[in-house]
Design a protein around this ligand. Sequence first.
Ligand code: GTP
Ligand code: ZN
Length: 193
Amino acid sequence: MITIDISQIATLPTKYGIFKIQAFKEVTKNGEGKEHLAIFTDNLSDEPIVRVHSECLTGDALGSVKCDCGEQLQYALELIAKEGGMIIYHRQEGRNIGLLNKVNAYALQDAGFNTVEANHQLGFKADERTYEVVEFILHHFGIKKLKLLTNNPKKIESLGDIEIIERLPIQITPNPHNEGYLQVKKDQMGHLL
Ligand SMILES: Nc1nc2c(ncn2[C@@H]2O[C@H](COP(=O)(O)OP(=O)(O)OP(=O)(O)O)[C@@H](O)[C@H]2O)c(=O)[nH]1
Ligand SMILES: [Zn+2]
């Protein structure tokens, strides 16, 4: 069981459209845990489009083109502003190894390891993410069925009793900096690319 503090709902006007925002803070035995966000439109249907976006500070905020995260986030915000739905901004940076370890993984990638090998070199699994808090947030909104915006089959399997009625792809055009990374996601992490 996880304990979660929940904020009020507030309005978040963005360049993509006007959303509502609500924050969810994990409360751990040792004190405060990670804070996540639900960003959603007013017109949520019974089967909304949902994007579970894993935090990538470098891609989401700094414009890094080493991965596809930043462009995926923009795509999701644009689509959901138009079609309605929800983005869960899941604060598990670096596939949940954290920012410091992700930068160390990037240094290993500079030295020739790929994204999976770099995690292994640091003693982590390729993907350390968990999705209990995502399930909690979906239950909180009473969402039982959804259309999931993802290329990652593992995410589809990780949402417990939530029914994924459709997978919507979220593909960006590769660039010279991320084409190797995207190839590894396809070949070694099972991404539907
Ligand atoms: N450890 C590690 N994490 C990375 C690296 N590049 C991106 N990430 C993190 O990977 C996460 C995004 O995962 P992706 O594999 O791009 O995509 P996904 O969320 O599994 O799947 P999609 O729903 O299809 O986007 C974010 O938490 C990023 O911070 C990397 O080289 N190493
Ligand atoms: Zn990224």
